[in-house]
Design a protein around this ligand. Sequence first.
Ligand SMILES: C[S@@+](CC[C@H](N)C(=O)[O-])C[C@H]1O[C@@H](n2cnc3c(N)ncnc32)[C@H](O)[C@@H]1O
Length: 171
Amino acid sequence: MEYPKKLIEVALPLDDINFHSVKEKNPFLKNHPRALHLWWARRPLAAARAILFAQLVNDPGGQRGWGHKKGQTKSEAQQKRNKLFQIIRELVKWENINNEEVIELARKEISKSWIETCNLTNDHTEEFPFIWDPFSGGGSIPLEAKRFGLPVLASDLNPVSVLIPKQARLD
Ligand SMILES: C[S@@+](CC[C@H](N)C(=O)[O-])C[C@H]1O[C@@H](n2cnc3c(N)ncnc32)[C@H](O)[C@@H]1O
């Protein structure tokens, strides 16, 4: 079956993701969900947001097994990739956490990639598949998936962890 490579398989602006993930550890940051409960292995929201986005958007370079996209040079693909990087660079900033313009741009790219993938695999585009985090812990991944407006399922062995997303109104 032909299906596209995802951006995360090709490249990521790691320096930016890391920089903003570290900044998020500032204990004086207001309205961070860790204030609900200090979960020991909570992943930074910036990293969860960036990784989800990079897993959901297609890499512009070409499809798996096809080689490069016909009619597109490597440098054209890189330019498109840079645009996706720029979205990630804005997405990871704490000050953009409620910036609808930035989040909407990301949602549009996710939706565009989903339609492109469905067209390749002859799937229906109507229902986006659930994002399931079976080890949701402090809830970073489900929270960020919700921010993108995606259908989400979260579960965990630990009842405290089950309570955190409920408190954050993720249920
Ligand atoms: C590393 S933490 C996840 C952290 C989470 N990604 C976050 O950002 O907060 C791993 C989680 O897996 C859960 N866990 C471990 N074994 C499990 C199992 N067999 N079934 C379900 N959850 C499990 C633990 O309770 C813990 O919350």
